[in-house]
Design a protein around this ligand. Structure first.
Ligand code: SF4
Ligand code: SF4
Length: 126
C-alpha cells in the first residue's frame, strides 16, 4: 500500500522541471504561433483599415515621417501604432491590409519591465 505513493514521489523527483529559466531560456512555440507585428512603412498607404478592423482597439493611427508608395518625399502621415498589451494576435489587421505591409511575425520576445514599452510606434515595427 505505502509503496505506491513512494514510487510516485520518486518518479516526480526524477522528472525534468516543466518550467524554464526565463529569460535565459525560452519555450519553443508552435509553428502557427503569432508574434509581434512588422510594418513596412514604405508600402503602407495610410488607409487605417487595420485600425478600423481591430476588435480590441489595439491600433492607433499616429503621425510619423516616411516616404510612402503614394507620397514621395518625407512627409508626416498616419501609420499604425500597436499597443501590445491589448493585442489578441488574431491577425485580422494582417488579413485586411491591402498592401500586405503589416504582418505578424514569429518574434515573441516583447516582454518588458515598463508597460509603456509595450506601445510600438510605427518606426519600432519596421
Ligand atoms: S492582431 Fe488582432 S488584436 Fe492585434 S492589432 Fe491586429 S487586429 Fe488588433
Ligand atoms: S498597415 Fe495596411 S491596413 Fe494599416 S494603414 Fe497601412 S496599408 Fe492600411
Amino acid at each position: 500500500m505505502i509503496i505506491k505513493p513512494v514510487i510516485e514521489v520518486a518518479k516526480a523527483a526524477m522528472k525534468k522541471p516543466t518550467t524554464v529559466e526565463f529569460p535565459e531560456q525560452k519555450e519553443s512555440l508552435g509553428d502557427r504561433y503569432r508574434g509581434i507585428h512588422k510594418l513596412d512603412m514604405h508600402t503602407c498607404i495610410n488607409c487605417s483599415a487595420c485600425a478600423r478592423i481591430c476588435p480590441n482597439q489595439t491600433i492607433t493611427m499616429v503621425e510619423a515621417e516616411e516616404e510612402t508608395a503614394f507620397h514621395k518625399g518625407k512627409e508626416a502621415k498616419l501609420f499604425p501604432e500597436i499597443n501590445l498589451e491589448r493585442c489578441l494576435f488574431c491577425a485580422l489587421c494582417e488579413e485586411v491590409c491591402p498592401t500586405d505591409c503589416l504582418i505578424l511575425t514569429k518574434d515573441t520576445s516583447y516582454e518588458k519591465f515598463d508597460r509603456r514599452d509595450m506601445i510600438k510606434r510605427p518606426e519600432d515595427l519596421e
